[in-house]
Design a protein around this ligand. Structure first.
Ligand code: NAP
Length: 239
């Protein structure tokens, strides 16, 4: 079965569109017991991630994903040229959410890009860690001790940086914070042909989960199968 990809989300206001992207095994795991991250996916999935990064204005990611995977966010020269010609940053803004400021300032997301990096920390984050993160990124504090509200992240990116399209790259904890806040508008889900197992191994959305009365319906926008992987593109029904 193949459902053709269709137009992007229709929104009534001009708030940024948040698109979650995630790759999981056939049994719904986003990493392995030894924390290998999404290394189990094939080249088409990596190409999809590059395309989505190339299209968005900002990526938003959780501290544990940066600590485990340390992504550098490279983009092909052609994509960077197209973005520059369109008056955009060559690569997207990178924003990490790290309530306790656990993310290290040496992470590759902070270095080698013209576009700014942002760090969102909680009000009680360790001052020394916060200072060193402020040297490599634009620092924002949440109102709560160790949590930052997704609405603050989206508002800051929109008002301070003119961001219209956000790519939410996980991991599971951050994805739940956005889901719970009703701030995921689209989702790309890759189902990769592996079994991983593990009760403590993360699935795409963690946190406390939702009650049956609150579960979030999806509308399938596109489906394709390539090299054994299934690619799903959903629109998320807003609450
Ligand atoms: N397969 C895939 O597509 C995919 C994609 C992404 C990640 N992953 C995998 O997922 C795993 C990480 O997922 P995870 O759920 O453990 O972690 P995560 O969501 O990446 O990071 C969790 C951490 O982010 C911070 N955080 C998240 N939400 C926050 C909020 N609302 N306010 C303040 N801080 C917040 C906290 O940092 P502090 O500790 O600093 O407070 C928290 O400990 C890794 O193994 C990674 O490889 C897989």
């Amino acid at each position: 079965m193949r459902v053709a990809d269709s137009a992007t989300v229709n929104r009534s206001d001009d708030a940024p569109v948040v698109t979650m992207v995630v790759a999981m095994s056939a049994d719904g795991k986003i990493t392995t017991r030894d924390a290998a991250g999404p290394r189990f996916t094939g080249p088409s999935d990596k190409a999809l991630l590059r395309r989505l990064r190339g299209e968005c204005d900002a990526v938003v990611v959780g501290a544990a994903t940066i600590i485990n995977d340390d992504p550098a966010y490279p983009l092909p020269a052609e994509t960077r040229r197209r973005r520059r010609d369109a008056g955009r940053w060559e690569t997207p803004i990178r924003a990490v959410v790290s309530g306790r400021a656990s993310v290290p300032p040496t992470a590759r997301m902070f270095h080698g890009h013209e576009a700014p990096a942002l760090t969102f920390v909680g009000a009680d984050a360790d001052p020394g860690r916060v200072r060193s993160l402020a040297e490599v990124s634009e620092l924002h504090r949440g109102a709560d001790a160790t949590r930052v509200a997704p609405a603050q992240i989206v508002d800051t990116l929109a008002t301070a940086h003119g961001v219209a399209a956000i790519l939410l790259e996980g991991g599971a904890e951050l994805n739940f914070a956005f889901l719970d806040a009703g701030l995921i508008h689209e989702a790309y889900v890759t189902v990769s042909p592996w079994l991983i197992g593990g009760r403590a191994v993360a699935s795409p959305i963690g946190g406390d989960g939702l009650n049956f009365s609150d579960i979030v319906p999806l509308e399938l926008r596109a489906l394709r199968v390539e090299e054994g992987e299934t690619y799903l593109h959903y629109r998320v029904s807003l609450r």
